[in-house]
Design a protein around this ligand. Structure first.
Ligand SMILES: *Cc1c(COP(=O)(O)O)cnc(C)c1O
Ligand code: SF4
Length: 341
């Protein structure tokens, strides 16, 4: 275990269904403050910021944190705070320019060979730095009929070899929806790879149930899952079990992180994260510079500083445990690599 302190309360990881964990997430700032013994002087700001993008965190995630610690690296990722109202030049509502690459409802085609499907607008957690915090999900939540026009788009472009289920968190959708969708994708001959971008194995590990493993691995598509984890404290025994099940079923496991000031902008923290991920069979993939989304400026790490952090990682880790430092640029044909020296 990474945490040396006692958990806040007994884990219910194994007792609750994933649907119960998802529905029972903490959304009331006051309840969060009480559960974690946080200083109530910050509550009014939390309530205010919650109105612009609501608080959401699963209860079992709370068990991985230290009570009363305002600087807990997990807390900072989802706690609404006053600094979100400090508007900074250059921070916008659509920093990665997705509204212009949205040819069908729920489909984003920005990069060669890959399309991204927005399967669910919801997430198990609301990350304060998320570039989708202002995305028009209501317009991008296709009903079953609209999926057929999206699937036609993929079928009519033979350059598309990979379909990425994304969101929100695609694993917030039901197994029956996902399994039906995957069958339809697998019926398009030029698609070879099925990728899932999800924070669920970390947040609500029991989401990786039998049915999920089945639709992921039973089609002819090559399955890849990219999880999202920013700090080693996010990974506990239950997440380890979920990840092993995915790996044993033949899913290639990768991780993406966002470089966040006050959370993981430190070579030792990132080294621990890479090593812990690898112990669970996951390789680091991307380390993203923050997307300049309104309300997240306090998370920003200067590009030069980011390069230095990763240069230090390279000195102490095998190459396969060093994530690629990248940023998203509106209009670019891929993620943009950041040079280190
Ligand atoms: C990141 C991203 C992808 C996947 O890019 P990879 O470099 O293959 O991981 C695809 N589509 C969109 C819109 C993306 O933002
Ligand atoms: S899409 Fe990812 S980063 Fe954004 S809120 Fe959901 S889990 Fe967090």
């Amino acid at each position: 275990m990474i945490l040396e302190t006692e958990p806040v309360c007994k884990s219910k990881d194994t007792e609750e269904t994933w649907q119960q964990s998802l529905a029972g997430a903490i959304t009331d700032p006051k309840e969060l403050f009480e559960l974690l013994d946080l200083n109530l002087k910050h509550l009014p700001a939390a309530v205010q910021a919650d109105k612009t993008f609501s608080l959401r965190v699963p209860r079992n995630f709370i068990n991985r944190m230290v009570k009363g610690d305002w600087n807990d690296p997990l807390l900072k990722q989802f706690l609404p705070i006053a600094q979100e109202f400090d508007l900074q030049p250059g921070y916008t509502a659509d920093p990665v320019g997705e509204k212009n690459t949205n040819p069908r409802p729920g489909l984003i085609h920005k990069y060669h060979g890959r399309v991204l499907l927005i399967v669910s607008g919801g997430c198990a957690i609301n990350c304060r730095y998320c570039f989708r915090r202002h995305f028009p999900y209501a317009e991008n939540n296709p009903g079953r009929q609209q999926w057929s026009s999206t699937l036609d788009y993929i079928a009519n472009d033979s350059s598309i070899s990979e379909v990425i289920l994304s969101g929100g968190d695609p694993l917030a959708a039901s197994n029956s929806l996902l399994s039906g969708l995957v069958q339809q994708i697998a019926a398009i001959p030029h698609v070879k790879t099925l990728r899932v971008h999800s924070r669920m194995p970390v947040l609500i590990p029991q989401r990786i149930d039998k049915e999920c493993l089945h639709w992921l691995t039973s089609s002819r598509l090559n399955p890849v899952m990219v999880i999202h984890c920013n700090h080693a404290n996010e990974l506990n025994e239950a997440t380890g079990t979920a990840l092993s099940q995915l790996r044993n079923a033949g899913v290639t496991l990768l991780n993406q992180s966002v470089l966040l000031a006050g959370v993981n902008d430190d070579p030792t923290i990132l080294r621990n994260l890479s090593e812990r991920l690898f112990a669970f069979g996951v390789l680091p993939y991307y380390l993203h510079l923050l997307d300049k989304v309104q309300g997240a400026a306090h998370f920003d790490v200067e590009q030069d500083h980011a390069s230095k952090i990763v240069a230090e990682l390279i000195e102490t880790l095998p190459g396969y445990l060093v994530p690629k430092l990248v940023k998203e640029q509106a209009g670019a044909r891929s993620k943009t690599p950041i040079s280190l020296y």
